[in-house]
Each structure stands twice: as C-alpha cells, then as structure tokens.
Write a protein that binds this ligand. Structure first.
Ligand code: GTP
Ligand code: MG
Length: 191
C-alpha cells in the first residue's frame, strides 16, 4: 500500500530485484541520468565493491500526477536477508532483472526462490515486470527468453510481463519502469 502524504499525494514503492551483476544499478542510473522528467531527487548507490552495490535508491515520477515512486534495488542472493526484508517491506511492485547470460542461470533461480521465500503468497498478487537483460550478448552466450518465462510459470507467477532490455544502452529501460509504474497504479485503483 502506498504512503499518503499530508498534501494528499501518494508514494508507492518499486523494487528492482535480481541476481548480482544483473543490471539493476545500471538501469536505475540510466533512468536517473539519461531519461528526462522521471527522477525527482538524487540517486543513492551504496557500493559493496567495484560493480556491486548493497542497494540503490531514488525518487521518481511519471507524468505530472501527484503520485511518486520510491525506487529501490537490492541484490537477490543469500546472506542479505535483513536488507532484503527491509527493502521489500511494503513493496507495491517489482522489476525482476534477469541476467540472460548463461553463467547467471543458477543465480537467477536463486534470486527468484529468495523472492518467493521472502514475500510468500503476497508475490502472486504483486504487479511484476521481468527485464530480460543483456540481450546484446551473442546468442551462444545467453539463454532464451522462453527459458526464463518457463521458470516464472513453474513458480505460478503468471502475471509477469517480460521486456527485453540492454541496460548499458538504455534499451527498453524506461519502458520497463513506466510499465511497472502503470501496473502498480491500475492495481491500486482496482482495490
Ligand atoms: N553486456 C551487458 N552488460 C550489462 C548490461 N547491463 C549491465 N551490464 C553490466 O553488468 C555489470 C553489472 O551491472 P550492475 O548494474 O552493476 O548490476 P547490479 O544488478 O546492480 O549488481 P549488484 O549491485 O551486484 O547487485 C556491469 O559491468 C554492467 O556494465 C547489459 O544489458 N548488457
Ligand atoms: Mg548494483
């Protein structure tokens, strides 16, 4: 559920989740740096190493409505449970960033399983998008989108929209964000 501010505006929480090095931080940075009129504040990236970050955070808007989004990312691997639980608490929508490279297969599965473990049945009703990321990699180096879709189906996550992305070039990164934002809003209106 969104926070309601004293001026009547609503703040929803959107979380980018996925394995290490999937492209979560790159996506959020792209939106922050390159897309006009979405981010409304500074980007916080708390680093754990050269590429890795514990989490990212920024505020964002779509259009001129009195609705905004608190955008977070957190890595979906074991041993970060307390951080993951804190960031996923009260989440209104999820962008799962799937790393399409073959060597990330097991890490993607581990991240999905962790998400299911943390959110349990709540996940089935949550607006969710899957960024099928790194499709710039050569065919032989990545899995197919169908392979990934199967995993979501097996987990009974049927309501997930897939978008093929290249976070480093910004391809479809904004589309994934706005689609998730719209899904969150329509889900809220229906309730
Ligand atoms: N080829 C390719 N590389 C990408 C793409 N997106 C991200 N990368 C690279 O993958 C690496 C990890 O990207 P990040 O955005 O830091 O990944 P993250 O999901 O934030 O990872 P953690 O912070 O460790 O959880 C970086 O070297 C990126 O440049 C993509 O679409 N294609
Ligand atoms: Mg990161």
């Amino acid at each position: 559920m969104p926070q309601k501010l004293p001026d009547g505006s609503l703040v929803f929480k959107m979380v980018y989740f996925g394995p290490e090095l999937a492209g979560k931080g790159t996506s959020i940075r792209w939106i922050h740096d390159k897309e006009k009129g979405i981010q409304t504040g500074k980007l916080t990236q708390v680093r754990a190493g050269r590429d890795a970050s514990f989490f990212d955070r920024m505020m964002a808007k779509i259009g001129k409505s009195n609705v905004s989004f608190q955008v977070w990312s957190v890595v979906g691997k074991k041993s970060f449970e307390s951080l993951q639980k804190a960031i996923l608490g009260g989440v209104d929508g999820i962008i799962f960033v799937w790393d399409a490279s073959k060597e990330a297969w097991k890490d993607n599965l581990a991240a999905i399983n962790l998400l299911i473990e943390i959110l349990k049945r709540k996940l089935l009703d949550l607006p969710m998008i899957c960024m099928f990321n790194k499709i710039d990699l050569a065919r032989g180096k990545r899995v197919t989108r169908k392979d990934a879709e199967e995993i979501f189906k097996k987990a009974k996550l049927r309501n997930v929209d897939f978008i093929e992305t290249v976070a480093i070039d910004g391809k479809n990164v904004k589309n994934a964000f706005t689609l998730c934002a719209k899904k969150i809003l329509s889900c809220y209106i229906k309730k």
